[in-house]
Ligand binder design. Structure first.
Ligand code: GRF
Length: 221
């Protein structure tokens, strides 16, 4: 009897702009052997992104492609594409990358690019999600991992985690609890993608071959 050949580790490129705490959660899951993948490159559009230091400490190559060095969005995206494609990635991970892409960029990676957004999408696309949820008197808030499409924060939802909004919550306290959930569901979604369990098929998110409903997989502890 022959044992099954293990699937090849997926090649991953991560894009960041800031602290990189989600990057760290994914690095930790790779190092723990949970994610069948290798982060080939971390790309930042900002020189001072702390995520670059996290990559360096984990012996992962990092580079900076400054959007300010390019005259328009298209030429910046072309530079990003050249760097990303040089690593032949199976998966492109947006982990707090604060730029809006051209349609060409998004379509190039359409079934293999994930983002995490700090809200229960489709609610609260865009910025200041925690404050907006509190001001609206919402009972719950949370975070979502989704595939990326041309619509900002609008792609098909893969995994969601909710937290209760407490009576004395501020945007900061709520953000901290949501961040804790982000660090759970992003590695989980990447783990599933790298095991070919999570896929985008004809615009539908599938887990283990079955379509998820439009809110994605609801993560609970
Ligand atoms: C997270 O809140 C994520 O939801 C949003 O950007 C933030 C990135 O945080 N897309 P970090 O850099 O991973 O700490």
């Amino acid at each position: 009897m022959t044992s099954p050949v293990p699937a090849a580790a997926k090649r991953i490129v991560v894009l960041i702009s800031g602290s990189g705490s989600n990057l760290q959660a994914i690095i930790d899951a790779v190092n723990a052997g949970r994610i069948n993948g290798k982060i080939e490159m971390v790309i930042s559009n900002k020189d001072d992104a702390y995520g670059l230091e996290r990559a360096r400490q984990a012996d992962i190559p990092g580079c900076v492609i400054r959007h300010t060095d390019y005259s328009d969005r298209d030429s910046f995206d072309q530079a990003l594409i050249a760097e990303i494609d040089s690593h032949s990635p199976d998966l492109v991970i947006l982990a707090g990358f604060m730029r809006i892409f051209t349609p060409e960029f998004v379509n190039r990676y359409s079934d293999r690019m994930l983002n995490i957004h700090p809200s229960l999408l489709p609610k609260y696309k865009g910025l200041n999600t925690h404050q907006r949820a509190i001001e609206d008197g919402e009972a719950r808030h949370g975070c979502t991992v989704h595939f990326v499409t041309e619509e900002l924060d609008g792609g098909p939802l893969a995994v969601q985690a909710a937290v209760d909004i407490l009576p004395d919550d501020t945007a900061d306290s709520l953000q901290q609890r949501v961040h804790t959930q982000e660090h759970k569901i992003y590695p989980l979604a990447v783990e599933w993608f790298c095991n070919d369990r999570l896929q985008l098929v004809s615009g539908q998110v599938q887990l283990d071959g079955s379509s998820l409903d439009s809110q994605g997989y609801q993560f609970t502890e």
